[in-house]
Design a protein around this ligand. Structure first.
Ligand code: MSP
Length: 638
């Protein structure tokens, strides 16, 4: 097969550090790209970060950073992680990249000019905590599921994208192209959603509510809704509309997402493409969730597993293999350390590892580590079925890899591994070695086993690239990724007789199941400290830190997290602080606290906050910095 292959991951929100869920999707993309490379295609993998919108603004606020500094910090964590997991991306896009912003503006203008965007007043249920509208269906007992507050009815003018106009067209497209969205359960889900009338999509946010976004090119008072901005990364990263990469790769685009973001990818995105006159992607590949104890692994539930910790404890290839083998693509899977250890011990150490060391040990013992030649006289008798089995394995594997059924592809490879283990038992090389007269047979058996291992090393390459290369080296082959291409793999009798094989190694050590090593699967690992860029003492002195005494504090209606605090700073002031979940208002009166006295005042929930108190937050708990001596209010600290 020749041609191109373009694969994308979702661009991840920078409101959380990368965890196993993100790693899974990105490893799937890498596995798919490596497999398509094996088929002879030119591949391109895109990943990146989604950096606009109020989720990100809130996360930045929680860390007391500006959105700009905050997005740089978290995006860098994602970018640095992927190479450590052996993921080779062609580009890493950020939605704050100027080139991306230009494309968003361009496409918005195009759709606006075509008449698919209109301005209208909207009345809806709005949660101020989330800064978004809710539909009745999304509420739990009439309340916001996050803030448990009753949303308010507000009227607001916004821009809307006429999605409804494309509903019938989309149904038709999905019906005619059965594998446009796959596996089938997700295609059915989208089709059943499309049975209800599709609402137009609100694609703007007034700047009075949210400034961190891409300004609408036709109205400076609004920013673009984060999904409309984010989805366009898939074309902007290729240099839409006339970049070489765009021309080369877009016609072969495939996306990978988990089911949480099926709707934007299965509905908004194809309609946006159609409205913008861009050809549609080929496939949307949708997977399920990694759960821990039946709940989705996520930052908010605090049950995340760190990919690097897994790599450090169990080895990268074992980790990649486990993810790909354990989850049936499309369905949910449970993560737990015991099943990881079991898989490593049975599939990797026992089946694959033993086969590899048995065969190499025999090659060293009987032939001094030199690849024996096969005598044509015995070749047929000792090879025929193996060669056919290998061809059958490669064909079944390729079909499953192509359609994202990775667990099946690996199961097929393991059948072949077992087949080779049985071949050893049946041919009993140790018996053949006893008699000089069976030397030719022994040579044929060992040669065939080495060839079988060569095929296995190629088939595991997309999932375990390092192990594949180690195996290859020990089979006396030159390091050459092209050797894993399917055309080359298929050719039986590729290993040259007479090659000297290096000493064998243990591919996967057995792990004692009693010795689980991962930290409890909670979010307890401290994040690495990323210190902000250095400043001078002069810079520091610009911050006017003062002692203040709390006079009175009260809750703000509609805001679960906020307190309105009257302080004495030598003069009376009001500040708003997000500490209501950690402090009762009564607790604060009389406390001496530290205030940034010269911070630009900001209106928060309609109240002017004039200064900011110093506090530390960790996992939703906040501690306010207080002074223990009686210092006159207004006294400077620096
Ligand atoms: N920013 C949007 C995507 C925009 S794409 C144009 C977003 N970001 S996210 O950070 O929330 O990432 C969601 C994706 O992360 C999921 O679709 C999936 O790929 C991955 N996963 C996050 N948690 C996961 C699990 N627990 N299990 C499996 N995948 C998970 O949505």
């Amino acid at each position: 097969m020749s041609g191109t292959f373009y694969i994308t991951t979702p661009i991840y929100y920078v409101n959380a550090r990368p965890h196993l869920g993100h790693a899974y999707t990105t490893i799937v993309a890498d596995v798919a790209a490596r497999f398509h490379f094996m088929t002879g295609q030119e591949t391109f993998l895109l990943t990146g970060t989604d950096e606009h919108g109020d989720k990100v603004v809130r996360a930045a606020k929680a860390e007391n950073l500006s959105p700009r500094v905050y997005v740089d910090k978290i995006s860098a964590l994602f970018k640095a992680l992927w190479p450590q997991l052996n993921i080779r991306y062609g580009a890493f896009i950020r939605t704050t990249d100027p080139a991306h912003i230009l494309v968003v503006e361009q496409i918005l203008k195009k759709i606006h000019a075509a008449g698919d965007i209109y301005f209208s007043e909207y009345e809806g249920l709005y949660c101020f905590g989330c800064e978004r509208f809710y539909t009745e269906r999304e509420l739990v007992n009439g309340r916001c599921p996050d803030h448990e507050t009753e949303p308010e009815v507000i009227r607001e003018s916004n821009y809307f994208f006429k999605m409804s106009r494309y509903q019938d067209w989309l149904i038709d497209h999905i019906t005619r192209n059965p594998d446009f969205i796959r596996p089938e359960r997700y295609r059915n889900e989208v089709l059943s959603f499309l049975k209800e009338p599709l609402e137009d999509l609100c694609i703007s946010r007034p700047k009075t509510r949210l400034e961190w976004g891409i300004t609408l090119p036709f109205d400076p008072n609004y920013v673009t809704y984060v999904w409309f901005d984010a989805l366009l990364n898939y074309v902007s990263a290729l240099g839409y509309p006339d970049g070489d990469r765009y021309r080369k790769f877009w016609p072969k685009a495939q996306h990978i997402v988990a089911k949480d973001i099926l709707k934007p990818h299965g509905i908004y995105w194809p309609i946006m493409l159609k409205a913008a006159g861009i050809p549609l992607y080929q496939h949307l590949n949708v997977h399920g969730y990694w759960n821990v104890d039946q709940s989705k692994m996520s930052k908010s539930l605090g049950n995340v597993v760190e990919p690097l910790e897994l790599k450090n404890v169990y080895g990268l290839d074992a980790f990649r293999f486990f993810l790909m083998r354990e989850m049936a693509f499309g369905l949910d899977a449970g993560f737990n350390e015991v099943s990881l250890i079991n898989r490593i011990n049975s599939d990797l150490a026992n089946d694959l590892g033993n086969l590899f060391s048995r065969v190499l040990a025999m090659a060293h013992k009987y032939f001094d580590g030199v690849v024996p030649a096969m005598d044509p006289a015995v070749e047929k008798e000792f090879t025929l079925e193996l060669e056919q089995d290998a061809a059958g394995t490669i064909a079944a594997y390729a079909g499953d890899m192509e359609s994202f059924a990775f667990h099946k592809a690996l199961a097929t490879v393991w059948e072949f591994i077992n087949r080779l283990n049985k071949y050893i038992d049946v041919t009993a090389p140790w018996e053949l070695a006893k008699k000089k007269s069976s030397l030719k047979q022994l040579e044929a058996v060992i040669y065939n086993l080495l060839e079988g291992l060569r095929i296995i090393s190629g088939l595991i390459y997309p999932i375990m690239p390092d192990t594949a290369e180690t195996m290859h080296r020990h089979l006396g082959m030159e390091p050459d990724p092209d050797a894993f291409k399917l055309e080359r793999l298929k050719k039986w009798k590729t290993i040259a007789a007479g090659q000297k094989l290096p000493k064998s190694v243990t591919l996967f050590p057995r792990i004692d199941p009693e010795k689980r090593q991962l930290a409890a699967q909670t979010d307890s690992d401290p994040a690495p400290i990323v210190v902000k860029p250095e400043i001078s003492i002069e810079d520091f002195r610009k911050v006017d830190l003062r002692v203040a005494t709390v006079i009175h504090a009260e809750r703000l209606p509609r805001a679960r997290k906020l307190l309105k605090i009257e302080i004495d700073l030598g003069e009376k002031r009001t500040i708003i602080a997000g500490i209501a979940e950690s402090y009762a208002p009564e607790e604060l009166a009389g406390k001496q606290i530290i205030i940034v006295a010269n911070l630009k005042p900001a209106k928060i929930m309609g109240v002017l906050s004039n200064g900011m108190l110093i506090a530390a937050s960790e996992k939703g708990k906040t501690a306010v910095a207080t002074l223990d001596g009686k210092i006159a209010p207004g006294t400077p600290l620096n």
